[in-house]
Design a protein around this ligand. Structure first.
Ligand code: UDP
Length: 242
């Protein structure tokens, strides 16, 4: 039996989580460490879906700032998320964890298309299901894709893995006086402009009652502790529960 109060979790990893000491691309050691943590959870019987960003390779907004057409830049960003998804699939399969990559853009020779009912079937069978290419639309982010997929698959919890311990009033890397929020509401995150996720992503979670846990992915065992129901990092809720 799974050692977890959750049945189905969607984990959002930013592309930067794969960077490690590299300036661009993927640090294989870090990828391996993340894959070890994810594999441990999958072996407990937890249904796990992943959304991985692409910011370690391309971001549409950054490319547009350099003069590129924004939509083209966003297409490149979405393809970058697919590369990360394939790297994670490979790392998980090397650990004997069965996976599927499903893309919101059609890349049929590389992976499956995203089809919700098929995704649910994969999850029920215990396959780690990686949703690639964001929402498939420009001008969105992979945070929005993670919220959307979490709602679509009926996840009990959305986990956003970051480089810091949770939600702060300011960047704790540059402001040592930044206040830490252990628990907050989605409305509070919007009103106080806290860097939780972009507003589209927050509103989707809020309106569909999906709780969000923000944790530090570099903290050893953090993912397993959250999956076991421990109160670590920050928890963002709709407010009706409080
Ligand atoms: N992107 C997009 N539509 C989506 C998701 C992502 O156009 O639904 C593009 C966008 O250019 C974005 C890039 O893909 O900058 C990479 O995603 P994101 O910036 O969310 O990655 P992360 O910051 O999580 O690494």
């Amino acid at each position: 039996m799974p050692q977890t109060p959750y049945r189905r979790i969607l984990l959002k990893l930013s592309g930067e989580a794969l960077l490690g000491d590299e300036s661009c691309g993927i640090d294989p050691k870090l990828l391996g460490r993340l894959a070890d943590d994810i594999a441990d959870l999958a072996r407990q019987g937890l249904q796990l879906a992943l959304v991985i960003g692409g910011g370690n390779i391309f971001r549409g907004a950054a490319l547009a700032a350099e003069g590129m057409d924004r939509v083209t830049g966003d297409h490149m960003g979405m393809l970058a998320t697919l590369m990360n998804a394939l790297a994670m699939q490979d790392a998980l399969e090397r650990r004997s964890v069965p996976t599927r990559v499903m893309s919101a853009l059609k890349v049929n020779q590389v992976c499956e298309d995203y089809i919700r009912r098929r995704a649910l079937r994969h999850l029920e069978k215990g396959l780690v299901t990686i949703f690639a290419a964001g929402t498939g639309n420009p001008f969105f982010t992979t945070d929005s894709a993670a919220s959307l997929r979490a709602v679509e698959i009926g996840a009990d919890l959305l986990v956003k893995a970051t480089k810091v311990d949770g939600v702060f009033s300011d960047d704790p890397m540059t402001n040592p006086n930044a206040t830490f929020y252990k628990r907050l509401t989605y409305d509070q995150a919007i009103a106080e402009r806290l860097k939780v996720m972009d507003t589209t992503a927050i509103v989707l979670c809020r309106d569909n009652g999906i709780p969000l846990r923000i944790l530090n992915i570099y903290e050893a065992g953090a993912l397993a502790r959250v999956a076991a129901g421990e109160d670590i990092g920050s928890l963002v809720v709709t407010g009706n529960e409080q």
